[in-house]
Design a protein around this ligand. Structure first.
Ligand code: PXG
Length: 459
């Protein structure tokens, strides 16, 4: 970014550079450039310390579903902390907000999912699901069923287990992951994979799902505990599978006695136009992990829902030796309940399905005619653009051009947060985004594409 215009910005940047280690950042490069200092946010916009207003096309980090500055969540959290700043939920104790919030989530889930375990993050939720699934099979008298299958470019968190379940090669390379007992199959990526194979999207969905059957059969179903997947891969580049994919995956898991875990950390709470991504894609999981939009990011919170079968089996085992100090924290439960009250009152999930989702999807699709866009896709309010150098051949820019990161930086300069995953640009705006703001989002995305084309295409 350009140098700061005011000394307050420069001072924060200097302190930040000396002491603050950022997630997923090249720290030397970041410190040399100086972090952008965000000082406030309201609705769907961020304000930086230089006074720029930036439309947040990413809902923070896929989480701020109800938008920024919602007083009723702040007030609910303040009231909860005033009444009961903390109590643990370990030693024969509960509190009203934890019980009520677990019930509220269970009511949003299908009939067979009734028990909710609380965590503070998606990584912790997936860790919980992993330990529960392995314990489940032990208690079923099948202790050989320990392996997990996940997908390349999936994202399931940044802890040792989350990064292991995830299929991010650079994360694996950095610390000797994945841990033993986890394997990865290819993602159902039409633009990057399927379109080269001479199939229709529906045929490709079956083909891609059958990679799971092949992997289970290779390993032996007696060794496999579970398959985990995001209904739409988010951090992997908003990979929207063909409609045939998930029902086939579910059938493969059922016929081979494999637990099916839906990682709803991004898709859950309305993102895809239904409350849960598994509803959008027509399947029924045994375990659901969630976080992010649970509390719209106001307070950290995550959770895991167990099917009645999983819960009953775990109960038979007596104590499940698992829990976090912050499981069911009053502030998180209060934020979650207030967040859900906004969802209900503003009919946010219906709004994504019937109103703003189709509205933005149509305008987003119009970017597909841009000379450097190879595909524009969206489901609910989660979408992507594939950047290409040659539109006719759908050929990518050379890696050294850094098209994705350049595009991200140009977007911010144009007042829009868009995230780059390689040369795939992704957006997931707040579910409350207005029609006018959606128009601005698309206009700024187009201006950004024009600027990028001017930089990268021969004149
Ligand atoms: N599952 C999914 C599907 C996620 O997207 C996690 C689990 C882990 O959640 P926590 O709360 O432990 O971070 C995530 C998180 C990105 C990005 O750049 C995405 C996430 C986290 C950080 C960066 O897109 N998703």
């Amino acid at each position: 970014m350009a140098g700061p215009a005011n000394t307050a910005t420069a001072n924060i940047q200097a302190v930040d550079a000396r002491h603050h280690w950022h997630p997923f950042s090249d720290m030397a490069a970041l410190n040399a450039a100086g972090s952008r200092v965000i000082v406030g946010a309201e609705g769907v916009s961020l304000t930086d310390s230089e006074g720029h207003q930036i439309l947040d096309g990413m809902s923070g980090l896929w989480n701020v579903a109800v938008g920024y500055g919602r007083r009723e969540i702040v007030d609910a959290v303040a009231e909860a902390l005033t009444t009961l700043s903390y109590t643990n939920t370990f030693f024969q104790c509960t509190h009203p907000l934890a019980a009520t919030y677990a019930q509220a989530i269970a009511e949003l889930l299908p009939a067979h999912l009734n028990r909710v375990f609380f965590t503070s993050s998606g990584s912790e939720a997936n860790d919980t699901a992993f330990r529960a699934a392995r314990t489940y099979w032990d208690l079923k008298g099948r202790p050989g069923k320990k392996r997990f299958i996940a997908r390349r470019n999936g994202y399931h968190g940044s802890t040792v287990l989350g990064a292991s379940l995830g299929g991010m090669a650079p994360m694996h390379a950095q610390s000797g992951l994945p841990i033993e007992g986890i394997s990865h199959i290819d993602q159902p990526y039409w633009f990057g994979d399927g379109r080269h194979l001479g199939m229709t999207p529906d045929e490709y969905g079956i083909f891609a799902a059958d990679r799971l059957a092949a992997e289970i059969d290779r390993l032996g179903a007696d060794t496999v505990a579970a398959f985990i997947g995001e209904p739409i891969q988010g951090a992997g580049g908003v990979v929207i599978p063909p409609d045939t994919y998930w029902p086939r995956i579910a059938e493969i898991c059922r016929s081979r006695d494999i637990l099916l875990i839906a990682d709803e950390v991004i898709c859950g709470f309305g993102r895809t136009g239904a409350m849960w991504g598994f509803e959008t894609f027509g399947f029924s999981p045994d375990i659901v992990t969630m976080a992010k939009a649970m509390t719209s990011g106001y307070v950290p919170c995550g959770g895991v829902a167990f099917s009645d079968d999983v819960a009953a089996t775990l109960e038979e085992g007596g104590e499940f030796f698992h829990g976090y100090t912050a499981s069911g924290h009053p502030a998180a439960c209060a934020a979650g309940l207030a967040n859900l009250a906004i969802f209900a009152r503003e009919r946010l999930v219906e709004r994504v399905a019937d109103d703003i989702g189709p509205y933005l999807a149509k305008r987003w699709a119009s970017l597909g005619d841009h000379p450097i866009v190879g595909e524009a896709r969206m489901r609910g309010l989660i979408g992507a653009l594939e950047l290409v150098r040659d539109k006719a051949a759908l050929a990518r820019f050379p890696g050294a051009a850094g098209a994705g990161t350049r595009c991200r930086d140009l977007a911010v300069a144009n007042g829009l947060v868009m995230r780059a995953v390689g040369d795939t640009m992704v957006i997931a705006p707040p579910l409350v985004i207005s029609h006018a703001a959606a128009d601005r989002l698309v206009a700024r995305a187009r201006a950004t594409l024009d600027a990028l084309a001017a930089e990268l295409l021969p004149a």
